[in-house]
Design a protein around this ligand. Structure first.
Ligand SMILES: Cc1cc2nc3c(=O)[nH]c(=O)nc-3n(C[C@H](O)[C@H](O)[C@H](O)COP(=O)(O)O)c2cc1C
Length: 326
């Protein structure tokens, strides 16, 4: 046995410490935290915030920060969530709401609800199965998955893993020939549409990722206050094309508000990765189903048996409140 007086003792200890750190760095994000999924949460999560908390518990801080965080002071991130809280719901009563129908048709695809999966990169930071698990959940929930261009799983892996309706997100590339190749690959693998991200001329500075020294394509704050702009976009488009909106949807009643403002469907980003981190494919399905249940309840309480019944008169925005004072 080596004792502390032995001149080699400290070097051996240091060597072991570094060895352990390397092992931890290489393997632990993909193993032990996940074996402890939900250890500190007494019951199964029942809303998006609880899934977020569970994701926080199971993920290494670096990855949790990546999924949770936003750019700079995270003003937009916070504002996207708060924006919905400033919109009031205006219920109708004595409406027959025994059967609520949330099904919809988006660009020719029949979906069980107007909730689809937004493109978010790096799903293997959340779960070893990555985007394949997310796509399977999309198929189970009969919804669309928008695969991020910054995904860990390839177009082919996602395509061969399930029959979810899949779109591919792309950025605008100077090299049009590269874009063309990717689009052809996606088309050949049954992807049905391209979702073009146009608000990223430069990458946003995600300070948590900088501090954590996260080595990954750093993504900008792409959400950009869409929730407050929904009214303007819907007005400008005046029914010519379906308007989809994302950023800050954490509750079914947020989704109801966006639909009342004229959106055809909403896309959810972080809630999906929180579900994936917390409980893999099942977690993603659960998050989508929970939001569907919340939307269904909101529709019943506001007096809208179908999505077609939801309209602008069911919400009051801060702008409406100002107008009513003038
Ligand atoms: C971790 C992370 C990765 C993202 N990756 C992409 C991406 O690769 N492409 C893209 O167009 N948008 C990306 N986004 C933006 C999302 O599509 C979506 O706009 C954003 O998450 C807002 O929705 P949320 O509040 O539901 O998260 C990403 C967002 C996050 C948080």
């Amino acid at each position: 046995m080596m004792d502390k007086k032995n001149p080699y003792f400290h070097s051996v200890v240091l060597y072991l410490v570094y060895f352990w750190r390397i092992i931890k760095w290489l393997f632990i994000p993909y193993s032990s935290p996940r074996q402890n999924r939900g250890k500190n949460m007494e019951s199964d999560p029942i809303n998006v915030s609880e899934f977020q908390e569970l994701a926080r518990q199971v993920l290494p801080k670096m990855y949790y920060d990546f999924f949770r965080g936003g750019a700079c002071d995270e003003f937009t991130l916070t504002e996207n969530i708060k924006a919905f809280q400033r919109i009031l719901l205006l219920p109708r009563v004595l409406v027959d709401v025994r059967n609520i129908d949330m099904s919809t048709n988006l660009l020719g695809y029949n979906l069980s609800s107007p909730i689809i999966i937004a493109p978010t990169g790096m799903h293997k930071f959340a779960h070893p199965e990555g985007e394949v698990a997310t796509a399977r959940a999309a198929a189970t929930c009969n919804t669309i998955m928008v695969l991020s261009f910054a995904s860990n799983c390839t177009i082919e892996e996602v395509a061969s893993s399930c029959n979810a309706i899949r779109f591919l997100q792309l950025y605008v590339y100077k090299r049009r020939d590269i874009a063309e190749k990717i689009v052809k690959r996606a088309e050949g693998n049954g992807f049905k549409a391209i979702v073009l991200t146009v608000d990223t001329p430069r990458l946003g500075r995600r300070e948590a990722d900088v501090k954590n020294k996260l080595v990954a394509p750093t993504l900008s704050n792409l959400e950009g206050l869409l929730s407050v702009a929904a009214d303007n976009v819907v007005e400008a488009v005046s029914g010519a094309i379906p308007v989809l909106i994302d950023g800050g949807f954490r509750r079914g009643n947020d989704i109801f508000k966006a639909l009342a403002l004229g959106a055809k469907a909403v896309m959810i980003g972080r809630p999906v990765v929180f579900g994936l981190a917390a409980k893999g494919e099942q977690g993603v399905s659960k998050v989508i189903e929970m939001l569907k249940c919340e939307l269904e309840l909101t529709m019943a309480l506001i007096g809208c048996p179908t999505l077609k019944d939801i309209n602008r008169s069911h919400v009051q925005t801060p702008r409406d409140q100002l107008r009513s004072l003038m």
